[in-house]
Design a protein. Structure first.
Length: 139
């Protein structure tokens, strides 16, 4: 289903890395992110690891619900490879995806983790390099 949704969506995925799988997880994430950078619709993907707690945090920014659906279609093999090394502990959706994406997220995660949805209030995204904030001039 195609929509003309213009809602920016930010996903935060907190994963518990399986004991003994840290290196496998790192390799699988690196391949998944490289694929997303080359072929995916995401505006941004960043993944961080807390080795002491064996937790990983992944942030993905999408222009809209259509981009999320495209990601799911393209990246499923990479997602499955990552999931061999971890389980989702928490998944947070920031923004308001359409009903199909909400159902897809709920279905994929079922009851395995905490799942939250938070509507957007205000914000902006700045991707241009070299942009510096300027202080207002005082008179």
């Amino acid at each position: 289903m195609t929509t003309h949704d213009t809602t920016v969506l930010l996903f935060r995925n907190t994963m518990r890395i399986t004991d003994g799988h840290l290196e496998g997880f790192r390799d699988a994430i690196a391949r998944a992110v490289a694929f997303a950078q080359q072929h995916g619709p995401q505006l941004m993907v960043e993944t961080f690891v807390e080795e002491e707690r064996m937790l990983a945090h992944s942030f993905e920014l999408y222009q809209d619900s259509d981009a999320v659906r495209t990601h799911w279609e393209l990246a499923d093999p990479y997602i499955q490879e990552v999931m061999k090394h971890c389980r989702v502990e928490r998944f947070d959706v920031f923004g308001e995806p359409d009903a199909d994406v909400v159902a897809g997220v709920r279905s994929a995660l079922s009851e395995q983790c905490v799942l939250t949805f938070s509507p957007r209030i205000a914000g902006f995204v700045r991707f241009a390099t070299g942009h510096r904030a300027q202080l207002p001039s005082s008179s």
